[in-house]
Design a protein around this ligand. Structure first.
Ligand code: B12
Ligand code: SF4
Length: 467
């Protein structure tokens, strides 16, 4: 008997306040059921927030111990990878095989202590592995994206595969996400910026990756080329979701929901189900007929949109390769606000040329926009992002950091993985900042002051939710 435990990334560091289903793991669970329907009843999904840290460990351990072979699946994020490693250490025992995958180990498989690491999308790996009777080293080597250690004579060798990123969303399993696995007592929660009057959200996604490539962002390195999913498949997944959970609000987790080529059909489906929803989108979609787009969004139930404006300075937008200008930011926010859609936005501070004066100016421009909320984020260097690569290859010089004012470990290690001993636990956690004029404590102090100064907020909650 093979019992399987799926554990999404836990809370604490990088906690956005949100608590949502781990779509990647739910997709892998559905893939395994597709290949081996006989295993379906042996798959469980464990939620750390519901169970607590110790409770989660114990529940997973008990579940996999009941079988002759236990398989544990963990998603990794860079900011919380140390926690996932600790979890792996505690859960490890004979008869249990631990898999890790997701954003962090896709870029840094060498840092994982799991038994098998899958880089990139995990569906192809699951299809390959679960169609085999035995998992020999040879079979594992043929598994898309797999990395692992194995014995050869008296030597231990490591095998590394490149990340898999080419699977088209229409080749995802059916249903795409096993929402039915989520225990009924798990209560999901939106982050503040996406909260819709306390309605319980469920998330869904209908594309992979992003059509753009901002230089601070790692979506391309994680997901490969952007690809949308057909509307018919989306409809199937949505009806599976609605028939398995009570859905009060929907969060679309696509990087750029508005880029979907069949957006009008998606609107029709959302109008038909009558559930309020929110999404992420890019401002360039509002350039032509932005008012009409915003009205159609509202009419189909969109009540909040997250626009990653990032900056109100032309040169900074260009430095980020945002491929948007400040007038586009302003226009998109105005179109949405006038249509009744609340706009949550993000602002990144800590670019190399930011100064206290330039940031005060940006803040003034943001405060003039009809926003619902504005997240102030200090630029972080995600694995795989263009800016991270430029810092590592010397194209952007790293201002000297910390009390010792030296960056020697970076030059030796050739990575920028979080190191809170060296770079402190302020934001960005365990990482250096690259702003020339303001150091990390200075950026944190500014971020905290800006957050206090920003006061937007919902105009009328009842109007927001009336469909
Ligand atoms: C939804 C989302 C969230 C949700 C997470 C909900 C949840 N419970 O999972 C919320 C809003 C809570 C969130 C929070 C954060 N997020 Co986020 N998030 C995303 C987003 C937009 C989509 C992820 C998703 O669901 N994709 C769809 C599923 C189907 O794909 P997937 O998860 O990648 O899974 C596939 C593969 O990765 C792989 N896989 C995944 N896990 C596993 C495990 C195993 C064992 C195997 C074999 C394979 C495997 O197989 C899956 C199927 O093919 C991505 C951007 C993106 N487009 O990828 C960012 C992203 C993952 N987030 C990111 C970040 C930085 C964060 C935060 C740290 C932000 C912050 N500063 O607070 C927090 C961390 C929260 C935490 N506690 O750890 C980064 C991660 C970078 C990194 N190297 O870690 C990303 C890539 C965004 C970016 N462009 O930078 N996020
Ligand atoms: S920041 Fe947003 S728009 Fe830019 S590449 Fe990342 S997901 Fe796409």
């Amino acid at each position: 008997m093979v019992n399987q435990a799926f554990v999404p990334p836990g809370a604490e560091i990088g906690d956005t306040g949100a608590h949502l289903p781990g779509l990647g793991l739910l997709m892998l669970a559905s893939t395994i059921s597709e290949v081996r329907p006989d295993l379906t009843k042996q798959i469980r999904y464990f939620d750390e927030e519901l169970l607590g840290t110790e409770g989660c460990l114990n529940s997973v351990s008990d579940w996999v111990s009941e079988a002759s072979t236990g398989l544990v699946f963990i998603t990794t994020y860079t900011l919380t990878h140390h926690r996932q490693k600790k979890f792996t250490e505690k859960i490890r025992k004979p008869g249990t095989l631990i898999f890790s995958g997701g954003p962090h180990v896709t870029l840094h498989p060498e840092t994982s202590n799991a038994d098998i690491i899958i880089r990139g999308e995990g569906v192809s790996a699951m299809r390959h592995l679960f169609s085999k009777d035995r998992w020999t080293a040879g079979e594992l080597m043929r598994t898309p994206g797999a990395c692992f250690s194995y014995r050869s004579g008296n030597q231990t060798l490591r095998h590394f595969s490149p990340p898999q990123r080419i699977l088209a969303p229409d080749e995802w399993p059916r249903p795409s996400f096993s929402y039915d696995l989520i225990p009924s007592d798990v209560r999901h929660r939106a982050s503040d910026k996406r909260d819709m009057n306390g309605l319980e959200p469920m998330s869904i996604i209908l594309s992979k990756g992003c059509p753009e490539a901002c230089h601070f962002c790692s979506s391309g390195a994680q997901n490969g080329r952007w690809a949308p999913r057909s509307v018919s498949r989306f409809k199937e997944d949505l009806s599976f979701l609605i028939s398995n959970r009570k859905v009060e609000a929907i969060e679309f987790h696509d990087d750029d929901f508005l880029a979907h080529p069949e957006l009008e059909s998606v609107f029709e489906i959302m109008l038909e189900i009558g559930i309020p929803w929110n999404c992420y989108g890019r401002v360039d979609h509002f350039v032509d007929n932005g008012r009409s787009l915003a009205e159609r969004l509202y009419a189909s139930g969109c009540r909040r949109i997250f626009l990653g404006l990032e900056s109100m300075s032309e040169s900074k937008l260009e430095f980020f390769n945002k491929r948007a200008e400040t007038w586009m930011n302003e226009h998109a926010v105005t179109c949405c606000a006038e249509a009744g859609i609340e706009v949550a936005a993000g602002w990144i501070i800590g670019a190399p040329d930011d100064t206290r004066e330039s940031l005060e100016e940006e803040l003034e421009s943001f405060l003039c926009l009809p926003l619902y909320s504005l997240d102030v984020n200090i630029l972080s260097l995600n694995p795989g992002a263009v800016l991270t690569k430029r810092v590592l290859n010397g194209g952007i010089s790293l201002p000297l950091q910390g009390p010792e004012r030296e960056n020697s470990d970076l030059l030796e290690s050739n990575h920028l993985l979080p190191n809170p001993q060296k770079y402190g636990s302020q934001e960005p956690w365990g990482q250096p900042t690259i702003c020339k004029a303001i150091d990390k404590p200075g950026l944190n102090e500014l971020a905290s002051r800006f957050r206090d100064e920003i006061e937007f907020g919902s105009r009328d909650k009842d109007a927001l939710l009336s469909l």
